[in-house]
Design a protein around this ligand. Structure first.
Ligand code: F6R
Length: 606
C-alpha cells in the first residue's frame, strides 16, 4: 500500500533522505513515486510511474532543493498508475503539496463542488485535499494547521496525510485516520513516515499518532491535537527496539531468503516472551463463552493452526474466520461473553481491524497477536502479545508466521495448565519440545535447502500445484500454496487431503504435482490413503515428512525430511521447506520474491 514520508530539517536538504526513506518503503508495494520540497517560496516536485530506481535515473530525486519536503510511493486505487496520478498533489496555485495513504470516500461530491472553482489534473481522490485547503486559506486567511483541520472535518474516509505549504516553509502538518503514520524525532530534524523501518537509519525515537489526531511538526516542536475538537494531546516518545541492520538484507540476495533463515532467532525470541501476558490471555480465553480467531492471509493460516492447537491441547472451542468475512459470519453472534483473538503481523490490515472494530462495538473483548509495537490493532485490544520477529520486509510473510504459531502454542499450553487438561509433567515436556523447534528449523535448512532448491528448479515450469494436508497440516498446506502463488505466480490450491477426492482429484493427470504435508500424527494413516489415490492417477508426489518416515519416502517421488517435531507444533517446522520451495521457484522463474506484483505488505484498504 502507499508509503509516505515527510522531513523538516533545520539546515540540510531533505530530498536525498526522503529518497532513501522511500526506498525503505518499497516493500509495501507501489507503482509510482514522487517527492516535493519547498525552496524560496515555491514547490519543487519530481514524480513518475515506475520503480524508484528508474524514476531516480530519469529525474535525479536527490536534486530537489529545500530543507522541508514530502515523498510518496503510490499503490493505485483511484486512477491508473501514471505520472499525473502519482503523488504529491498540489493546489491550483502550486503552493500546497500533499501526500496521502488511504481512500477519501466522499471525494466525488467534494470534487464536483470544488471542480466549479478549481482545476483538477489527476483522477485521484487525494487531489481534492490541496484544493480544499487552498480554498479555506484563501477565504479565511488562516494558517495551514487550521485550514487542514477544517478540511479534514469535511472529509470522510481513511487517511494518513502529510501537507506542506510554501508560506509556512518549516512545517509539516500530518493527520491520521485509519492508515498508519509515525513521527520520528531527530536532532534539529523531525520526520514522519508510514512505518518505523523507513526511519530506522535516522532515528529510533518515535511518537505514534492515534486515529483522529493531527500534528504540526517543526524541527524542535511537535504539537498534537484531535481533528474533531480543540483537544491537545501530549506526545509520548517511545524508543524502538529494532536496529537499522535488522531492516537490511545482510548479505542475502533477497529479504525473503534472509527472513526464512532468521526464523530460528525469531522463534527463540518469541518463545522467551513474558509469561504474564501469555497467562493473562489464556485466562481471558478461559473466561469466555465464545472465542473467534480472526486474521487475513498468512496470519489467517496461523489462526487456523491455532484453532487446532487450542482444541487439541486445551479443549478450547474456537472458530477461525478470515477477517474479510468476519462481520457477515458473526452477525447476531457477538456479545460481551465473546473474545476475539485477532492476529496480524503489521497490526494495520484493514480487514482485520474492521472485524475487530465490529466485534468491539458489540461488546467483545479483544486479544491480539502482532509484530509491530503501537500498531492500530494493539490500540484496539484489551491485551496484546508482541511477537519478537524483528521487522519483516519481504512482502511474503515467513518469520512472522512461525512466531504467530509459537505464540498460539504457548497460549494453548498455558490454558491447558489452567484448566488441568494436561498435568504438570506433560506441560513441561511440551514446553521443552517447543523450545527445540528453533534447532529443528536450523537443522532442516542446513540439511535440506539445496535439495529443496533442486526440486523447486525442476518443477518451476509447472502451471498448477495441489497442496494437501489433514488436521493441523491443512493450515501448513494452505500456507505453502499461498507462498507459491504469491511469489512464483504459479496457480496452486490447498485442500484438506480428505476433501480432495470430492473434486480436486478431477484435475489430476500424469505428472501433476501434489505436495503432501504428512507429519507422523494421528492423521498419518489416512493421508497415506490420499497419497495412494493421487499415485493411482500418476500424480508426481512430493512430501514433507518426518526424516525417519520410510513409508512416506517409498510412496513419494521426492521427500523432504524434517527432524522429529512434537505433533501439535508441526506447522512451525513443516512450513520451512514450503517457504524455501516458493522462494526458489520464484527466483528460477526470474521474479523478485520481495516485491510480488499487485501485492502490498500491509493491506490498509478493505
Ligand atoms: C502473505 C502475506 C499476506 C498477509 C496478510 C495479512 O505472505 O503476507 O497474506 O499475511 O495481508 O497481513 P497482516 O498479518 O499484517 O495482517
Amino acid at each position: 500500500m502507499c508509503g509516505i514520508v515527510g522531513i523538516v530539517d533545520k539546515d540540510h536538504p531533505v530530498s536525498p533522505i526522503i529518497h532513501e526513506a522511500l526506498q525503505r518503503l518499497e516493500y509495501r508495494g507501489y507503482d509510482s513515486a514522487g517527492i516535493a520540497t519547498i525552496y524560496q517560496n515555491a514547490i519543487f516536485m519530481k514524480k513518475d510511474k515506475g520503480k524508484i530506481k528508474e524514476i531516480h535515473e530519469k529525474l535525479d530525486l536527490d536534486k530537489l532543493p529545500g530543507t522541508t519536503g514530502i515523498g510518496h510511493t503510490r499503490w493505485a486505487t483511484h486512477g491508473l498508475p501514471s505520472r499525473i496520478n502519482a503523488h504529491p498533489h498540489v493546489d491550483c496555485t502550486n503552493k500546497i503539496a500533499v501526500v496521502h495513504n488511504g481512500i477519501i470516500e466522499n471525494f466525488l461530491d467534494l470534487r464536483e463542488e470544488l471542480g466549479k472553482r478549481h482545476t483538477f489534473v489527476s483522477e485521484t481522490d487525494t487531489e481534492i485535499i490541496p484544493h480544499l485547503i487552498e480554498e479555506i486559506i484563501t477565504k479565511t486567511k488562516c494558517d495551514l494547521r487550521t485550514a487542514t483541520k477544517r478540511a479534514l472535518q469535511k472529509i470522510r474516509g481513511n487517511y494518513a496525510l502529510v501537507i506542506i505549504y510554501v508560506k509556512e516553509p518549516h512545517k509539516l502538518v500530518v493527520a491520521r485516520n485509519g492508515s498508519p503514520l509515525v513521527i520520528g524525532i531527530g536532532e534539529k530534524v523531525d520526520y514522519c513516515a508510514s512505518d518505523i523501518p523507513a526511519l530506522l537509519p535516522f532515528t529510533r525515537k518515535v511518537v505514534l499518532l492515534n486515529d483522529g489526531e493531527m500534528a504540526t511538526i517543526q524541527c524542535d516542536e511537535i504539537s498534537i491535537e484531535t481533528i474533531n475538537g480543540a483537544v491537545a494531546v501530549e506526545p509520548k516518545i517511545f524508543d524502538v527496539p529494532w536496529t537499522p541492520e535488522m531492516a537490511q538484507k545482510g548479505g542475502y540476495p533477497h529479504f525473503m531468503l534472509k527472513e526464512i533463515h532468521e526464523q530460528p532467532h525469531a522463534l527463540n525470541g518469541t518463545l522467551m516472551i513474558r509469561p504474564e501476558i501469555i497467562d493473562q490471555i489464556a485466562k481471558v480465553l478461559n473466561d469466555s463463552e465464545k472465542v473467534y480467531i480472526t486474521a487475513a492471509g498468512t496470519s489467517n493460516h496461523a489462526g487456523l493452526a491455532g484453532k487446532y492447537m487450542l482444541s487439541k491441547l486445551s479443549a478450547l472451542r474456537s472458530q477461525a474466520i478470515t477477517s474479510s468475512e468476519f462481520q457477515e459470519s458473526t452477525v447476531n453472534l457477538i456479545d460481551d461473553g465473546t473474545t476475539i483473538l485477532a492476529i496480524s503481523q503489521s497490526g494495520e490490515t484493514a480487514d482485520t481491524l474492521n472485524a475487530v472494530k465490529f466485534a468491539k462495538s458489540n461488546g467483545a473483548r479483544i486479544v491480539s497477536i502482532t509484530n509491530v509495537m503501537g500498531s492500530t490493532i494493539s490500540r484496539l485490544s484489551d491485551l496484546t502479545l508482541y511477537t519478537q520477529a524483528g521487522p519483516e520486509i519481504g512482502v511474503a510473510a515467513t518469520k512472522t508466521f512461525i512466531v504467530q504459531l509459537a505464540s498460539l502454542a504457548l497460549i494453548s499450553l498455558q490454558l491447558a495448565d489452567i484448566i488441568g487438561k494436561l498435568n504438570g509433567s506433560e506441560i513441561e515436556q511440551f514446553r521443552e519440545e517447543l523450545l527445540q523447534t528453533p534447532r529443528i528449523i536450523e537443522k532442516t535448512i542446513k540439511k535440506q535447502e539445496s535439495l529443496i532448491r533442486d526440486i523447486a528448479y525442476e518443477h518451476a515450469n509447472k502451471q498448477n500445484f495441489l497442496f494437501l494436508g489433514r488436521g493441523i497440516s491443512t493450515a501448513t498446506a494452505m500456507e505453502g500454496s499461498l507462498k507459491l502463488k504469491e511469489v512464483a505466480y504459479i496457480h496452486s490450491e490447498a485442500y484438506p487431503a480428505g476433501e480432495s477426492k470430492h473434486g480436486a482429484i478431477a484435475l489430476i493427470e500424469p505428472g501433476f504435482p501434489v505436495v503432501f504435508v504428512t507429519p507422523p500424527d494421528e492423521t498419518h494413516e489416512k493421508i497415506i490413503g490420499n497419497i495412494m489415490e493421487m499415485k493411482a492417477r500418476e500424480a508426481t508426489i512430493m512430501s514433507i515428512a518426518d526424516e525417519q518416515d520410510y513409508e512416506i519416502q517409498k510412496l513419494s517421488d521426492k521427500t523432504i525430511g524434517i527432524p522429529q517435531t512434537p505433533t501439535p507444533f508441526s506447522p512451525i517446522t513443516y512450513v520451512i521447506p514450503l517457504q524455501l520451495f516458493a522462494y526458489y521457484a520464484a527466483t528460477k522463474r526470474g521474479y523478485d520474491p520481495d516485491k510480488p506484483r499487485n501485492l502490498a505488505k500491509s493491506v490498509t484498504v478493505l
